[in-house]
Design a binder for this molecule. Structure first.
Ligand SMILES: [Zn+2]
Length: 219
């Protein structure tokens, strides 16, 4: 145990994911040795995270404005929506440069043990979003890029069931090749990029009557 503020800092740092008590001690002593300006910048960044970060009204990604950088970019293809679990997965898919559409952040995955039910995720927002054209463009493809683990797969199946009868909508999933049980954010760019570009359809839009061969009506 150290005295006063140093121990307090170590305790707080140790709560961060992936840090642990030894790492916390290392970071704390590093901070004791840096310039006051560096500490001020870190303090400002933390305060801004608390006060200024909001979530995009459209996709749920972290954002500084009402609409995030991606949703407000006119060059992005509004007909494709990639559904991910967390905002950090948006960054993972962005890094592949394989996807030019928009995103929808669910805020997690279905997990009965942690009592995360469909109502706890942004699924209703997704359905509402698909029912309304954004900037005059209808969504024609939803790519379900939840993590390739048990919860992610359960969430994907649930979404496919919800979306399969949506008029004019194709539901796809990134191609296999992502390591099972892994998290999307840790997939390497090449593998994830390939999975995104080689995505396969899980459900096609229901065919309209005029496309069904006439023979079926006659026969
Ligand atoms: Zn957005």
């Amino acid at each position: 145990m150290y005295e006063g503020p140093v121990q307090e800092l170590i305790d707080e740092l140790a709560k961060l994911p992936g840090v642990g008590p030894r790492g916390a001690q290392r970071i704390a002593f590093h901070l004791l040795s840096v310039q006051p300006d560096d500490i001020d910048r870190l303090t400002r960044a933390l305060t801004r995270v608390r006060n200024d970060v909001r979530y995009c009204d459209v996709c749920g990604n972290v954002s500084a404005e009402l609409r995030c950088r991606i949703c407000s970019d006119p060059r992005r293809d509004r007909s494709k929506v990639c559904v991910v679990e967390e905002a950090k997965d948006v960054q993972a898919v962005e890094r592949t440069r394989e996807f030019t559409g928009l995103y929808h952040v669910l805020g997690g995955a279905l997990n009965p043990i942690k009592s995360i039910s469909p109502e706890k995720l942004r699924i209703r927002d997704l359905l509402l979003r698909l029912g309304t054209a954004m900037d005059g463009v209808d969504v024609s493809e939803v790519i379900i890029a939840t993590d390739p683990d048990t919860e992610g797969e359960a969430t994907a199946s649930y979404l496919v069931r919800m979306l399969k009868d949506f008029p004019g909508l194709t539901v796809t999933r990134p191609a296999s090749g992502l390591p099972m049980g892994a998290e999307l954010e840790f997939a390497d760019e090449l593998t994830l990029g390939r999975a995104m570009s080689g995505r396969r359809a899980l459900s096609e839009p229901p065919r309209v009557l005029s496309e069904i061969p006439r023979a079926r009506h006659e026969g």
